[in-house]
Design a protein around this ligand. Structure first.
Ligand code: GLN
Length: 191
């Protein structure tokens, strides 16, 4: 299984470590030529969504990646990556890829704007969760599966080939979310 890692900025090495541990092969996407490599899945890491959005356009990665996601390439966005996929960002300007029917709120999770750790259920399993200036999902469109809610806020969801978490599963040792993403990739390979 080959996973492309958007590596323009932010916390991507931790995702690579986690996915490699689970047996996936990761390669970094930094420029257009990197997209010629076969890719079974795409990770959009945490970082700063506005900076990533700007770089994606400048490096001409935006359109080809958006097309791949719309064609069904499994995509996993954490934190800033969630904001890149969200169709609507309530308080943060225009969407980036906008391929997932969710409305996100930037820098707005719970009462705390900074970082914090908590425990919560993801897809029915209790896992540690690290939030760093996290967004949350305010509302979801038809067919979106809510995978996690923390303090009444939606913090993980899936729609078809797209998976998002407001928290950073790559910063803990718990691999449940990455396993879930690899299962989405496997499902796609079978169909
Ligand atoms: N606040 C950041 C943004 O708006 C996301 C933070 C993160 O990815 N840890 O892009």
């Amino acid at each position: 299984m080959k996973v492309g890692m958007l590596a323009l900025q932010g916390a991507f090495t931790e995702h690579e470590d986690m996915l490699s541990r689970l047996g996936a092969e990761c390669f970094e996407i930094r420029r257009k030529q990197d997209l010629t490599r076969p890719m079974d899945g795409l990770v959009l890491p945490g970082g700063e969504s506005t900076v990533m959005g700007k770089l994606l356009r400048e490096l001409e990665l935006f359109q080809p990646l958006k097309e791949k996601i719309l064609e069904g390439l499994p995509a996993f966005g954490t934190c800033a990556g969630l904001l890149l996929l969200a169709e609507t960002i309530e308080n943060g300007g225009s969407p980036c890829f906008g391929t997932m029917p969710i409305t996100a709120v930037r820098n707005a999770y719970g009462r705390q704007l900074g970082s914090f750790q908590t425990q919560g259920a993801f897809d029915g399993r209790e896992i540690p969760m690290t939030f760093i200036r996290a967004p949350y999902v305010k509302s979801v469109g038809a067919g979106v599966e809510i995978l996690s809610e923390t303090d009444g806020r939606i913090t993980a969801a899936r729609w078809r080939n797209q998976l998002v978490t407001a928290f950073h599963p790559e910063l803990t040792k718990e691999a449940a979310v990455h396993q879930y993403f690899l299962a989405i990739i496997s499902e796609g390979m079978k169909s």
